[in-house]
Design a protein around this ligand. Structure first.
Ligand SMILES: NC(=O)c1ccc[n+]([C@@H]2O[C@H](COP(=O)([O-])OP(=O)(O)OC[C@H]3O[C@@H](n4cnc5c(N)ncnc54)[C@H](O)[C@@H]3O)[C@@H](O)[C@H]2O)c1
Length: 396
């Protein structure tokens, strides 16, 4: 079934509902929505959570104006929101995104988008054809003044061709972190640090460097008693010829998120942990670069840190314009495809090329690909994911 038609947005505020009223909804979605409400762009009309106490306290913190619901379908029927922001655990994202699109709402769904490429394509199939509604993914590191400046310099080839890159998510998670039952399991967490932690840096690397073409990877379970990996490394070649190393770890006491890109005329480096502002970026020109060029590269403009607010602002502008937002469709899918390829390469000991994981490939239906020693229960055949899909839709 295709998405139902949305009401025109001209001359009015965008009516928003938040699904899942836990940590990220409170810490990031609510402040961003409050700011855009002050600016006259949005209006928070409803929130949904299976936990009545959580949704009621969320609505109270939000000023009491949004109506609390424990049933998503009922909320969609009664409120007809223009935009639904999804802040629930990843296994629910597919069913809830589909329900919202079918009700005519645009979707802004937390990362990781969905547990598999099959799930992603199923959500995309429900988008409107012209003018939305569209489903986009929260990848807030792509937004803000630093990324915008460096993306433009790279697109213009101002610093020459990008040649060599490093993409590092080296974080630390202890045994207590993995004692929570849903963590470290394919079914509930969707994957290990590649999927749950490193996805932001890999997504940003792809946003800066463009499409990747091939991956060779390794994954390990070095410390934690988990089903997924706790570390992965990959070599990635890009369509533009650049070559990158990628490390995703939860075993690294000195935590850092880092991207470094060596271009012909300069090295660009981003060093931060969970978010960045202009000060986190450094551009080191090659010795023979004229001072005027180097000075222009250092001008990042007014500091707009990466944030949910910056992404939501662009999404709202896309909604008013009736245009596909950034971080949706093929652009929203690219890091998920890279992660599927990373797992396939690591678990099958093969080079994986962009575009090769399609319907029929076990890594299309599930990130573990049914691989021996990695899939739940030790490994075996993957059934195409249809059973899992039905479960998620019922759960939504
Ligand atoms: N963008 C980021 O930087 C970032 C940071 C942290 C978390 N996240 C993502 O946000 C999502 C949520 O993470 P969190 O840390 O807020 O989790 P959380 O556990 O704090 O909150 C999840 C909420 O969803 C509710 N919920 C569960 N099932 C539901 C259902 N069927 N319908 C409605 N509500 C339901 C829970 O009751 C809970 O209140 C995850 O996908 C996570 O990866 C993103």
């Amino acid at each position: 079934m295709a998405a139902s038609e949305s009401a025109p947005l001209t001359g009015r505020r965008i009516r928003v509902a938040v699904i899942g009223t836990g940590a990220i909804a409170r810490d990031s979605h609510l402040p961003a929505l409050a700011r855009l409400a002050e600016e006259g762009e949005t209006e928070l009309v409803a929130a949904v959570d299976v936990d009545p106490g959580s949704v009621e306290s969320f609505c109270a913190v939000a000023g009491g104006a949004p109506r609390p619901y424990t049933d998503l379908d009922r909320m969609l029927r009664e409120q007809s929101p223009d935009l639904v922001t999804i802040c629930t655990p990843p296994t629910l994202h597919r069913g809830q995104s589909v329900a919202a699109l079918r009700a005519g709402a645009w979707v802004w769904c937390e990362k990781p988008p969905v547990p598999s490429l099959a799930d992603f394509d199923a959500v995309e199939a429900e988008e409107g054809k012209d003018g939305g509604p569209y489903a986009s993914i929260v990848f807030q590191h792509r937004f803000g003044s630093g990324t915008r400046h460096v993306r433009r310099l790279l697109a213009e080839r101002a610093m020459g061709r990008p040649l060599v890159a490093h993409c590092q998510t080296t974080w630390y998670r202890d045994t207590a972190y993995y004692a929570v039952p849903w963590r470290g399991r394919w079914q509930t967490e969707g994957g290990g640090p590649a999927m749950g932690h490193g996805i932001h840096q890999m997504d940003l690397l792809l946003d800066l460097l463009g499409p990747w073409s091939e991956v060779r990877a390794m994954a390990g379970r070095l410390v934690h008693d988990v089903e997924t990996e706790d570390v992965s490394t990959a070599l990635v070649r890009f369509a533009n010829g650049a070559m990158a190393t990628v490390v995703n770890s939860v075993l690294s006491p000195d935590e850092v998120s880092r991207i470094r890109i060596d271009c012909e005329r300069a090295t660009v480096e981003l060093t931060h942990l969970y978010g960045h502002s202009n000060d986190n970026w450094r551009i080191t020109p090659a010795r023979d670069v004229p001072a005027a060029d180097a000075a222009r590269w250092q001008d990042f403009g007014t500091d707009l840190p990466s944030s949910h607010l910056e992404q939501l602002r662009e999404l709202v502008a896309s909604m008013y314009a009736g245009e596909r937002p950034r971080s949706s469709g093929a652009e929203g899918r690219t890091s998920l495809e890279l992660i599927a390829a990373l797992y396939k390469s690591a678990f099958t000991d093969a080079t994986v090329r962009a575009g090769e994981i399609g319907p029929g490939d076990p890594f299309y239906a599930a990130m573990h690909g049914g691989a021996l020693g990695w899939a739940p229960g030790g490994g075996g055949q993957v059934d195409g994911g249809e059973g899992a899909v039905a479960d998620e839709e019922a759960a939504a």
